[in-house]
Design a protein around this ligand. Structure first.
Ligand code: ADP
Length: 596
């Protein structure tokens, strides 16, 4: 109960900016439902009175009731239109507000903490589910309570017994049936949501992997699995439909019981002349109107369950401490990129394993450094540390002679351009993908960066050149093209430090050699950090850092490491055994090339 109240408080707090619109929506709904009930009653009274007057041969003023009926019909129709307009407008505004709130919750969190698929689900379906709260829960319940209370007062004015019968049956239809439906429907409802999600994932998987499935002859088995899931989903949906059918039948039964009950109460009153005969029909029609209003209640309860589940998932992000704390009074952005790490350790969870430990090293501005090490050695963690995506757990890191924590994360990130292992392209044009890191860059700068990355000619050859849409996650381009667009994007950012994580994977030797030569010329004065398994290229570096199990085990050039570092020798010989065609690169080292 406390949790329910807490959820309501949270919803009210979120809805606060739009309170006026929400109240207006409810007022219009009350007028509409009230008009509907009154219309039934007045029309019933009018017909009965006309009949009575006809029988008695008396005349009666039918202009006024006819005008009232027309007026109520207009209010009902116009009200329904206005009600939809106002309530949906208010709800859409609330959903916009909720999306902004959600972005604000996740913004300070590290991207390492966020899982894209799950985030998307929360943004899309959970926030959308919250539209139920107002449209399917608050409006029907408030309107129901107001209109039904008014009707019960009318009933009581005619006869307390009539009020009692109807109140009891209305409560049964509006509270007991919905509670039962909610209880019985919760488990199959949840199961149906889960099966539905699994079915969606399996179907998407099937379509995307159809090529592989055909080649491996697995189409039929996969199809059978999907059909099985689909059957399971249909069974669950059928169970839910049965339940909602039963609940409709229950409400209908109660409506008829109420009609019979009301007739039983009213007929003796007419006999004893305590009630005028013409009031009989309108009262019974009012009973029907009441039950029409109550029929929305089971839906309201279902909406409550779904909305609470969605709220819980969204609120899981509330009060989550950001991984990186921004300084209260940030130091001005660094101007020199001397970076020093002393005895640095990183662990991703407080008692998890050390992803980096006892790392001491310094990076001078303009240095070109290669980093090698087996997978899981801590190379990406070092990059995350510099990008302020993860904090250090111990030791000291200084940038331009100040602790890293003294700067705003954005100021540090502005000095680094990264080409990650998995380059992500947005579903938009090549141009916009290139300009992501520097939207104000000129077309000439953009083309120059694309030329250096060796992708300009291929972009121009696309159907609409730089304005070609790349498809979702760059699907319309090859892996090598996506990677080179990633490199061009990083170059365009024009940051003093460039980090390349396996930039040449998927490129043939000749292309990658040409690209590397151009990059080295272009980046002669900038700090360059290359993470790579390509030992033929790495060995040309004057400075190579070797990581193993989170430790920096060696720091030096190829000649020195070949003699002194067992790990390096192992990586080196494993690489040339795997790639016998790779010729150890001779010729000038990057540093020599720079001096030349
Ligand atoms: P590399 O880049 O050399 O392959 P990583 O820096 O990715 O190595 O990983 C170092 C260690 O940290 C590994 O044991 C890895 O499992 C762990 N690790 C990396 N990223 C995370 C993360 N976001 N959460 C928890 N552990 C992580």
């Amino acid at each position: 109960m406390k949790a329910l109240l807490d959820d309501f408080r949270w919803w009210a707090w979120q809805a606060r900016p739009y309170a006026g619109r929400f109240a207006l929506g409810i007022a219009i709904s009350i007028a509409t439902v009230g008009a509907n009930m009154a219309l039934l009653a007045v029309a019933g009274w009018f017909i009965a009175s006309m009949a009575a007057a006809g029988l008695a041969g008396a005349s009666m003023n039918y202009f006024t009731p006819a005008a009232v009926i027309r007026g109520l019909a207009i209010v009902r129709t116009g009200g329904r239109y206005l009600e939809r307009l106002v309530t949906h407008d208010a709800t859409l505004r609330l959903l916009t507000g909720l999306r902004l709130w959600f972005y604000r919750q996740i913004e300070p969190l590290s991207t390492l903490d966020l899982h894209n698929g799950d985030l998307l689900a929360r943004l899309r379906s959970d926030i959308d589910t919250l539209d139920h709260i107002y449209l399917r829960l608050v409006v029907p319940v408030v309107v129901g309570v107001v209109c039904l209370s008014a009707a019960v007062v009318v009933f009581a004015w005619y006869s307390p017994a009539l009020a009692l019968v109807n109140l009891t049956l209305l409560l049964a239809a509006g509270a007991i049936v919905p509670t039962l439906v909610y209880r019985l429907g919760r488990a199959p409802g949840q199961a149906a949501v889960e099966t539905g999600a699994r079915l969606k994932a399996a179907a998407v998987d099937w379509v995307e992997g159809l090529g592989e499935l055909t080649v491996f002859g697995a189409v039929e088995t996969r199809r059978a699995a999907i059909i099985e899931l689909s059957d399971e989903w249909i069974t669950q949906q059928r169970r839910l439909s049965k339940l909602s059918g039963l609940s409709n039948a229950g409400v209908l039964l109660l409506t008829n019981l109420a009609l019979v009950g009301s007739a039983v109460v009213l007929i003796p009153l007419i006999r004893t002349n305590a009630l005028h005969g013409v009031d009989f029909a309108p009262l019974l029609l009012l009973v029907i109107g009441c039950f029409e209003a109550v029929a929305l209640m089971p839906g309201a309860w279902q909406a409550l369950g779904q909305a609470r589940a969605a709220t819980a998932r969204l609120r899981a992000f509330e009060h989550r401490a950001p991984v990186i704390n921004e300084p209260a009074r940030p130091a001005p952005a660094p101007t020199r990129d001397t970076i020093r790490l002393v005895d640095v350790g990183v662990r991703y969870t407080p008692d998890g394993p050390w992803a980096l430990q006892q790392v001491t090293l310094s990076i001078a501005p303009g240095e070109h450094i290669a980093i090698v090490g087996p997978s899981g050695a801590g190379k990406s963690t070092l990059v995350n540390l510099l990008l302020r995506l993860t904090p250090k757990s111990r030791g000291e890191i200084c940038w331009d002679a100040r602790a890293l924590s003294a700067y705003r994360a954005a100021d540090l990130r502005a000095r680094i351009a990264l080409v990650p292992q998995q380059v992500y392209l947005f579903h938009t044009s090549v141009r916009e993908n290139l300009l992501v890191g520097r939207p104000e860059a000129s077309a000439d700068d953009m083309i120059a960066a694309a030329r250096t990355a060796g992708i300009h000619d291929e972009i121009v050859a696309l159907p609409e050149g730089y304005d070609t849409l790349v498809g979702e996650e760059g699907q319309r381009l090859s892996g090598g093209q996506v990677r080179r667009i990633g490199i061009a994007r990083a170059l365009l950012r024009d940051a003093p430090i460039l980090i390349l994580d396996e930039p040449f994977e998927g490129l043939d030797r000749a292309t990658s050699a040409r690209l590397w030569a151009r990059l080295q010329r272009q980046l002669a004065d900038r700090t360059l950090i290359l993470i790579s398994h390509d030992l033929a290229r790495v060995r040309t570096f004057e400075r190579i850092l070797v990581f193993e199990n989170g430790r920096l085990v060696a720091d030096g050039d190829h000649a020195r490491l070949s003699q002194a570092c067992e790990s390096y020798r192992r990586l080196h010989s494993a690489y040339f055994k795997r790639e016998p065609a790779a010729v150890p690169a001779h010729g000038p080292t990057p540093a020599q090339r720079r001096r030349a």
